[in-house]
Design a protein around this ligand. Structure first.
Ligand code: SF4
Ligand code: SF4
Length: 330
């Protein structure tokens, strides 16, 4: 799988679940889904950048997007995808039948035990998990490690019915029941988390060894952050050139913490930064380690880009270049 840029694409805000640890409040999760482009418009716009993307579709719940399977089919003609999903939607059946697993880097299946029980969603989760697993998709199950999950880790693991697939604990982050995590984990919860992480690393050892790179969302080492969130400020990072974050309307940002847009995919104003540069933020869950690691950011560039930052925004350079090209062709 060779691509130029990995993108964390928040396709929509909408979700059918209401997990009490979700970063989005209920009114945002309940929003009507907005489609900013047709599947072909999105696919053409990504291709117009001249880059090959690994697009990590997240939300909200991406498989609830109205054109989900058509969008995946259009995107995977030239690009690769990966998914976060709660595996509740019927669209995943069509997805399993019509999308080539070789174009899908990984599926992170979120278990969400409380919502699953509240909504009687375990059967459909296991049905979709088995379907995608048998169809040859690279898939793992993750679970947000609330104190309740850590206390009932064995019972939670038994909810997953596909043999050999165990839930990987994800660090609880931010405010939960009035306490700030991960700092609020007590010693027993930290031990339980480490045991769960260890079990997951053993269960997925062959699967991980067979991959050429970590999954887009990689919770397998979340136990490294049990005692605090690191800072990556000033570290050289390839976010902005090898990795970007995309919002539902197509606006592109360097990473999760950045608020200065780097253009927009649909209006064709996006251009990647020229190369790695110092981190102007502190931390962005899951992406800092990968994009400050030479293994994934140095010699693997497939599209050589100028290393010197320009005073002119890249999308303007691109626009001027296109206009000049048109004039010269006349
Ligand atoms: S399934 Fe994911 S997006 Fe939906 S409410 Fe739960 S955490 Fe939020
Ligand atoms: S926050 Fe992380 S991903 Fe973003 S620029 Fe800094 S090191 Fe890179």
């Amino acid at each position: 799988m060779r691509y130029d840029i990995e993108a964390d694409w928040q396709l929509l805000n909408t979700c059918n679940y209401r997990c009490d640890y979700c970063f989005f409040p209920g009114e945002v999760l309940g929003e009507k889904t907005v489609r900013y482009g047709t599947p072909d418009e999105w696919a053409d716009a990504f291709s117009a950048t001249g880059q090959t993307f690994l697009l990590h579709l997240t939300g909200g719940e991406p498989s609830a997007y109205p054109d989900f399977v058509d969008l995946c089919a259009a995107l995977t003609r030239h690009h690769f995808i990966s998914l976060n999903s709660n595996l509740t939607q019927a669209s995943l059946g069509d997805f399993a039948r019509s999308i080539d697993p070789a174009r899908v880097s990984v599926i992170n299946a979120g278990l969400h035990p409380d919502e699953r029980t509240r909504r009687r969603g375990l059967e459909i989760f296991n049905r979709n998990l088995a379907l995608l697993h048998e169809a040859g998709f690279s898939i793992f199950v993750s679970v947000v490690a609330t104190p309740q999950v850590l206390e009932a880790a064995d019972e939670v693991a038994r909810q997953v019915a596909v043999p050999g697939v165990v839930p990987v604990p994800k660090l609880l982050r931010g405010s939960y029941h009035g306490r700030q995590y991960p700092d609020a984990y007590d010693a027993a919860e930290r031990d339980a988390f480490r045991a769960m992480s260890c079990r997951a690393r053993t269960a997925y050892a062959d699967w991980r060894a067979a991959r050429s790179e970590p999954p887009t969302i990689d919770p397998f080492a979340d136990d490294d952050f049990l005692t605090g969130t690191p800072t990556f400020a000033d570290r050289t990072c390839a976010a902005g050139s090898r990795f970007v974050r995309i919002e539902p309307q197509g606006d592109v940002f360097r990473c999760g913490s950045d608020t200065a847009p780097q253009g927009n995919i649909l209006t064709r104003t996006f251009a990647p930064l020229g190369g790695p540069s110092p981190c102007n933020s502190e931390y962005c869950f899951y992406f800092c380690r990968k994009y400050t690691d030479q293994k994934y950011t140095g010699p693997t560039f497939t599209t050589p880009l100028p290393a010197t930052p320009s005073l002119v925004p890249p999308y303007l350079v691109k626009r001027v270049g296109t206009a000049l090209h048109r004039v010269l062709r006349r």
